[in-house]
Ligand binder design. Structure first.
Ligand SMILES: Nc1ncnc2c1ncn2[C@@H]1O[C@H](COP(=O)(O)OP(=O)(O)OP(=O)(O)O)[C@@H](O)[C@H]1O
Ligand SMILES: [Mg+2]
Length: 393
């Protein structure tokens, strides 16, 4: 590993300097990805998480006896205990008639995890909702609309800047013709059952500049769709394959985020219970009034999700949570996402707590994290069901 001299002023070879630092970073990410793929798969591809008979029983909503009787060929671990994949669990749900079915006549729901402030846990929450809702039997598309591409790393098991090129991204469909999405490689399966991914990488930075150039007509375009409606046009073509599309938005209010907001039916905004974060929410909602006004938009769902909440009696966070609930009432989700060792451990393994085969760190921290995330997923699931039942009337 080369070492880099301390930079105390302009360097003559600044380009090479950054190039080499970038190269070293990509090498490290690739090594981490390989280690994770070996620990959770065959070194190249990750395996699907498997479930014990009691987990399968609770997911299918049938007794362990019922599950065992119908699974003579289930694979077994070294101790001889049966392990069920989510695909097998889905097949059993079909047999039991307990599989998830959207009420007839309803549409897929496009949910933007959108915010203004950076580092509030937006991507982490988005990825947990993707895996958590898929566990309930929903078909989910995770849509990474952030050049940092953290969702792509967690859901896709790739190093975005090493393994993805422009043809793997929705760039052409968004810039030139939405119909290209059907033939592009911009939607891929993932290691998790019923979860697809529309990935991102740092090329999405230049994409946004190209879209802006089209917006100001500085660049020739054959695409007549307004630049803030491009993602909606693409999703209108592909969303019917899914029950839910979850969009991870960047921490700014640029044209990519505007596209996500215009494409969305509903929004969840992650909010850290701290004053600067709350101030940023005020700026965000001011911007939202502008967006809604501009495109004449009606949302059917908006929730604030208190995130990175310090449990164990932190007065500042407790008081701040109370103030947020008092101010915004029912717009605040009942469940909260704690600042949790278990969630951080899962991120370090480029996973969610739902895709880890076994706890990445302490079992207690993992169990607590699953319990908390389950509450969030259940609340969103119930809200979606309420929405669909209303839509079906
Ligand atoms: N509930 C949590 N408990 C512990 N660590 C968390 C939690 N939520 C997020 N993190 C960690 O905090 C960091 C930022 O999280 P994340 O990337 O999800 O935030 P974000 O709001 O999407 O950030 P950005 O503004 O850069 O898009 C990551 O290292 C993540 O692993
Ligand atoms: Mg993010």
């Amino acid at each position: 590993m080369p070492t880099y001299e301390k930079w105390l002023g302009p360097l003559e070879n600044t380009y090479d300097y950054f190039y080499d630092i970038n190269d070293a970073g990509l090498d490290e990410l690739n090594e981490i990805k390989k280690t994770i793929a070996s620990e959770y798969g065959n070194g190249d591809t990750r395996y699907l998480k498997t479930y014990s008979v009691s987990e399968a029983s609770s997911l299918v909503d049938r007794s362990t006896e019922w599950i065992r009787q119908r699974s003579p060929d289930v694979s077994r671990n070294a101790q001889g205990h049966g392990r069920w994949t989510l695909a097998e669990i889905d097949a059993l749900r079909h047999e039991a008639g307990t599989q998830f079915k959207r009420p007839p006549g309803t549409s897929p729901f496009v949910l933007a995890l959108s915010k203004f402030k950076g580092g509030v846990g937006n991507t982490t929450n988005a990825c947990h909702l993707v895996h958590g809702l898929s566990l309930k039997g929903l078909r989910v598309l995770g849509l990474d609309f952030e050049p940092q591409a953290s969702m792509t790393q967690i859901l896709g098991g790739v190093v975005p800047d090493l393994h993805l090129e422009e043809s793997d991204l929705p760039i052409e469909a968004l810039l030139d013709d939405p119909a290209l999405i059907a033939t592009s490689g911009a939607i891929r399966g993932t290691y998790f059952h019923n979860v697809d991914l529309m990935p991102a990488n740092s090329l999405m930075n230049s994409f946004e500049q190209r879209l802006l150039a089209q917006h100001f007509s500085q660049s020739p375009t054959t695409n007549e769709i307004p630049t803030n409606l491009r993602l909606k046009a693409v999703l209108d073509i592909v969303k019917h394959e899914y029950d839910v599309v979850i969009i991870d938005c960047p921490p700014n209010l640029g044209l990519m985020q505007i596209n996500a907001l215009v494409a969305a039916d509903g929004i969840i905004t992650s909010l850290k219970p701290e004053l600067l974060d709350r101030a940023s929410l005020v700026a965000y909602t001011a911007a939202m009034t502008g967006v809604v006004d501009q495109v004449d938009k009606q949302y059917s769902y908006f929730r604030l999700l208190i995130s990175q909440y310090l449990e164990n009696g932190n007065n500042g966070h407790r008081n701040s949570q109370n103030a947020i609930r008092k101010l915004y009432g029912d717009a605040v989700m009942e469940s909260t996402v704690p600042l949790s060792r278990g969630i951080a451990d899962a991120s370090t393994a480029l996973s969610t707590v739902y895709s880890l085969e076994k706890p990445a760190g302490s079992r207690q921290a993992y169990t607590n994290a699953v319990q908390k995330m389950d509450q969030v997923v259940n609340e969103v699931f119930d809200d979606l069901m309420t929405h669909w039942n209303r839509e079906a009337l």
